[in-house]
Ligand binder design. Structure first.
Ligand code: NDP
Length: 449
C-alpha cells in the first residue's frame, strides 16, 4: 500500500487512464511501490512532474503490417513501437512477434526497459516494439515478407542516434537479418540501426548468449555475496527453451549446476540426471521443433503437457526464462515446498506480484528481471559501441565486459537496497537505482522537449 501522496496520486491517474492495460499497470505499480523510500528526499521530482511524465511514453506508434502468405492471401497484422523515455540515451529495446502482443504488453516492456537500461550504466533510453504476428509454422519466405513489411513502416521512426531496436520473443538472428536488409534497402545506408546482427555484418560476439550468461553472472554474484554460495552442485530448473533459457542452461552447467527441468509451449521435461543441452539446441535452434520431440528421443526424460508442472520439480535454483506472469502464487508455493532457495528472472516480469510476495516471505533469494536479465541489452550497447568505433572485439573481451557490467548492476542494486533500509531486497534496490538516474536526467533537461 503506497503512502506517499505524490506516488499514490500518479498511480491513481494511471489506473484511470490505462485501467484496461493490466500488464502496464502491474509494472508501474511495482516500480512505484519500490521507490517510495526515496521520494521524500526529492521534492524536485514532484515540482518537475517527473512521475506524470515517466508513465506517459514520449511516443507510441501503431501501424498496419500487410503481407502476402505462401498461398497468395493478403494478411494484416498490427505493429507497434513505443519510444518510452530518451532521458539518458536513444531509445533501445527489443521487438516481439507473438499473437499476445498489444498496447499493454508493449508499454509494460518499454517502461521496464527504461529502468533496466539505466541500470546497465550505458547511455540508452527505453523503447520496445512488436506485432501480433505468430511466427509458428510460417515458412522462411513468409517470415521474410512479414519482416520487410514491418520494417517498411518502422524505418521511418528509428535510426542509430534515435532508436535502436533488437530481438525479443519470436525475433532472433533470422528476423533481425531480414529487417536490417530492408532498412538498408530503403535508406541506402549501412548503420548500426539494429542490434543482434550477424557476426559478419556488424554484430557482436556474445550477443546471442548474453541474456542467459548475464543472468547466471548476476545470480552467481548474489549467491556469493549474500549466501557465500555458488551454482556448484545445485539442481536448476529453467522455463522456456528459447534464446535466454538455452544460454542460461549452458552457463549454469558450466558453473557446476545440473539442469533438471526445462519447458516450452508444448510442456516440460524432467530429468533428475540432467538434460542433454546439445540435443535441446538441435531440436529448438536448428530444427525449430518442440520439447515434446526432445522427450521422445530421451528414454530417461519424463514429459508432461502442463507447463506449470515445471515449478513442482524439486530444485535449488529456479530461472524463469519464458514469458510474463508465467509463475503465479501457487507455483511459487510449490517451489518453496520443494526446496528452492533462489529465483532469478531471465524473462521480463515472469513472476506475478503474489508469487514475488510468497518468495520473499519464505526467504527465497529473489533477482528481479530488470537487473538479472539486463545482460542482453548491455551487450547490445556494446554492439553499438563497436559499430561506432568500426571495430569488433573478441569473444573474451565482450564476455569480460558483460561480467563486469552484471557485477556492477548487482552492486548498484544491493547498495541501493541498503540505502533504502532493506539490505538484500534486490527488487527495491534495482528499481531505485534505475529510477534515480532517469529522474535526475529528466529534471536536468527541463519539461518541454
Ligand atoms: P524465444 O522466443 O527465443 O523463446 C521463448 C521460449 O519460451 C520458447 O521456447 C517458447 O516456447 C517458450 N514459452 C513461451 N511461453 C511459455 C510458457 N508459458 N511456458 C513455458 N515456455 C513458454 O524468446 P527469448 O528467449 O528471447 O525471450 C524469453 C523472455 O526473455 C521474454 O520474456 C523476453 O522478453 C525476455 N528477454 C529476452 C532478451 C533477449 O536477449 N532475447 C533480453 C531480455 C529479456 P515455444 O518454443 O514452444 O514457442
Amino acid at each position: 500500500m503506497i503512502k506517499n501522496e505524490y506516488l499514490a496520486r500518479v498511480l491513481e491517474q494511471v489506473k484511470q487512464r490505462d485501467g484496461d492495460q493490466p500488464e502496464f499497470l502491474q509494472a508501474v505499480s511495482e516500480v512505484f511501490e519500490s521507490i517510495e523510500p526515496v521520494m521524500a528526499a526529492h521534492p524536485e521530482y514532484e515540482k518537475n512532474g517527473v512521475l506524470e511524465r515517466m508513465v506517459e511514453p514520449e511516443r507510441l506508434i501503431k501501424f498496419r503490417v500487410s503481407w502476402v502468405d505462401d498461398a497468395g492471401h493478403v494478411q494484416v497484422n498490427r505493429g507497434y513501437r513505443v519510444q518510452f523515455n530518451s532521458a539518458i540515451g536513444p531509445y533501445k529495446g527489443g521487438i516481439r512477434f507473438h499473437p499476445t502482443v498489444n498496447e499493454s504488453i508493449i508499454k509494460f516492456l518499454g517502461f521496464e526497459q527504461t529502468f533496466k537500461n539505466s541500470l546497465t550504466g550505458l547511455p540508452m533510453g527505453g523503447g520496445k516494439g512488436g506485432a501480433d504476428f505468430n511466427p509458428a509454422g510460417r515458412s522462411d519466405g513468409e517470415i521474410m515478407r512479414f519482416c520487410q513489411s514491418f520494417m517498411t513502416e518502422l524505418s521511418k521512426h528509428i535510426g542509430q542516434f534515435t532508436d535502436v531496436p533488437a530481438g525479443d520473443l519470436g525475433v532472433g538472428g533470422r528476423e533481425i537479418g531480414y529487417m536490417f536488409g530492408q532498412y538498408k534497402r530503403l535508406r541506402n545506408e549501412f548503420t548500426g540501426v539494429l542490434t543482434g546482427k550477424g557476426i559478419g555484418w556488424g554484430g557482436s560476439l556474445v550477443r546471442t548468449e548474453a541474456t542467459g550468461y548475464g543472468l547466471c553472472y548476476f545470480t552467481q554474484e548474489a549467491l556469493k555475496h549474500l549466501r557465500n554460495d555458488s551454482f556448484e552442485g545445485k539442481r536448476v530448473i529453467v522455463s522456456g527453451a528459447g534464446n535466454v533459457a538455452i544460454f542460461a542452461c549452458e552457463k549454469a552447467m558450466e558453473l557446476g549446476a545440473t539442469v533438471v527441468g526445462i519447458s516450452d509451449g508444448s510442456g516440460y521435461v524432467s530429468e533428475p540426471g540432467g538434460i542433454d543441452l546439445d540435443l535441446v539446441k538441435k531440436i529448438k535452434l536448428t530444427e525449430r521443433k518442440k520439447i515434446r520431440d526432445y522427450a521422445q528421443l530421451r528414454p530417461g526424460a519424463k514429459f508432461d503437457t502442463d507447463v506449470k508442472g515445471l515449478w513442482t520439480l524439486p530444485c535449488d535454483i529456479a530461472l524463469p526464462c519464458a514469458t510474463q506472469n508465467e509463475l503465479d502464487g501457487d507455483s511459487a508455493r510449490a517451489l518453496v515446498a520443494n526446496g528452492c532457495t533462489a529465483l532469478f528472472e531471465g524473462a521480463n516480469m515472469p513472476s506475478t506480484p503474489e508469487a514475488i510476495h510468497v518468495l520473499q516471505e519464505a526467504g527465497v533469494l529473489y533477482g528481479p528481471a530488470k537487473a538479472s536479465n539486463a545482460g542482453g541489452v548491455a551487450t547490445s550497447g556494446l554492439e553499438m559501441s563497436q559499430n561506432s568505433l568500426r571495430l569488433s572485439w573478441s569473444f573474451e573481451e565482450v564476455d569480460e565486459r558483460l561480467k563486469n557490467i552484471m557485477k556492477e548492476i548487482y552492486k548498484n542494486a544491493y547498495d541501493a537496497s541498503v540505502e533504502c533500509g532493506v539490505p538484500g531486497n534486490l527488487m527495491v534496490g534495482a528499481n531505485v537505482a534505475g529510477f534515480l538516474k532517469v529522474a535526475d536526467a529528466m529534471v536536468a533537461q527541463g519539461v518541454a522537449y
